[in-house]
Ligand binder design. Structure first.
Ligand code: GLA
Length: 382
């Protein structure tokens, strides 16, 4: 797993001189607030201590050379040649970011860059958002552009996803990577993009549980869920499902088609659970926080229908362990990661018990690891 040193050393070895700028952007795990971001709702992700690192330096010509330590890739193309099938697939995020900077009126020069990530790809910890944010931070620093806030940078990452990659994601992953904070989870109001830091009581540890079942969000039902939510909002006459109060669900749901009822119920109750979990964390009430995690998982499984056998299995195994306050799938679903909130005193034994039990049940080798909240994306000149 390449760290900052690895990308710096690879840059010097492959490009032949030292890089000028170093950038980094963390991945994220979402604690609660799932599939609420594109409904203008609330999410509570945490930027984690695993990041994408980027080393870069300007070139004298109009070429862009991108080296990826993760894909063992090395490719060169001309500035402006952003789109097309002749490009290796793994370069789409750097190309998308450069394309967007051009759209925003910035003139880029030739550049050499080396990318490496500590984040597993397609595993639900937002490796793609972290690549976007690292490349954006690196290029902005290199061109001495400092006009954008972290929220604006996150929105630029989302624009790359929507207009270049073709993934209709919400704003959570890029916001968590850009605006995350060491020591805190981040409550994001996805309508205003206002954020609030939320501490996790020190007696608990957040454990990522990677099911080893890869997920592909663009190919999955993500876009369909988003359409169903928009349909629900339209039928209810609101701007977004965030504007529906939980107390009104009993009256409103029967007016909707059955499938839309389930989607709307998930989103509206998930928003309420997210705000309740923030309250519980603020008072150190881990039992309530954990119960809300469990309820969130059930709602995603039964009403939103974005879980899968592997996620349900690892979540059930986690929930059954002593010292586990709660567990749920995290991220888009259909594979990827789950998250557990566990008593710090039993964190190691939790991992030692859940991993083999999951392997036994599914035949897949999971990866369970504790995470701590890490700083958001940044870049610096060397
Ligand atoms: C993916 C998307 C996010 C969010 C989650 C579900 O991670 O990129 O915007 O919608 O799924 O909460």
């Amino acid at each position: 797993m390449p760290d900052e040193r690895a990308v710096r050393e690879a840059f010097a070895a492959r490009i032949g001189h030292e890089p000028r700028v170093i950038a980094q952007a963390p991945g994220r795990i979402n604690l609660i607030g799932e599939h609420t971001d594109y409904n203008d709702g609330f999410v509570l992700p945490m930027s984690i201590d695993r990041a994408t690192h980027l080393a870069l330096a300007p070139r004298q010509d109009d070429q862009v050379r991108v080296i990826s330590l993760d894909f063992n890739g090395d490719t060169t193309f001309t500035l402006g040649d952003w789109r097309g099938d002749h490009h290796p697939h793994w370069t789409r995020y750097p190309r998308g970011v450069m394309w967007l900077l051009g759209e925003k009126g910035h003139t880029l020069g030739g550049v050499d860059m080396v990318l490496g990530s500590e984040l597993p790809i397609g595993a639900g910890v937002s490796s793609s958002a972290s690549v976007e944010m690292a490349v954006l931070e690196g290029l902005l620093a290199l061109h001495r552009v400092d006009q954008y806030s972290q929220a604006e940078k996150a929105l630029m990452g989302v624009e790359v996803e929507h207009r270049f990659v073709g993934m209709p994601c919400g704003v959570m992953d890029q916001m968590a990577s850009a605006a995350g904070d060491a020591g805190h989870a981040l409550l994001i109001d996805c309508r205003s993009l206002e954020t609030e830091l939320v501490s996790i009581p020190p007696s608990a540890v957040v454990i990522v549980m990677d099911t080893a079942k890869k997920r592909g969000l663009v190919d999955s039902e993500y876009g369909l869920r988003r359409q169903q939510c928009e349909e629900g909002a339209r039928l209810l006459g609101v701007k977004a499902l965030r504007d529906v109060a939980e107390a009104d669900l009993g009256r409103l749901l029967p007016t909707l088609p059955p499938i839309i009822q389930k989607r709307v119920r998930h989103v509206v109750t998930e928003d309420a659970r997210t705000l309740a979990a923030v309250q519980a964390l603020r008072t150190g009430d881990l039992a309530t926080t954990g119960r809300l995690f469990n309820e969130s998982h059930a709602s995603l499984r039964d009403d939103y229908e974005v879980s899968c056998r592997e996620l349900d299995t690892i979540v059930a195994l986690a929930q059954a362990r002593p010292g586990c306050y709660g567990a749920r799938m995290s991220g888009g679903g259909f594979g990827g990661c789950a998250v557990a909130l566990v008593d710090r005193a039993v964190g190691d034994s939790f991992i030692a018990a859940v991993a083999p039990a999951y392997q036994e049940a599914t035949g897949l080798t999971p990866d369970l690891y504790p995470v701590i909240p890490a700083p958001g994306s940044s870049a610096r000149w060397l």
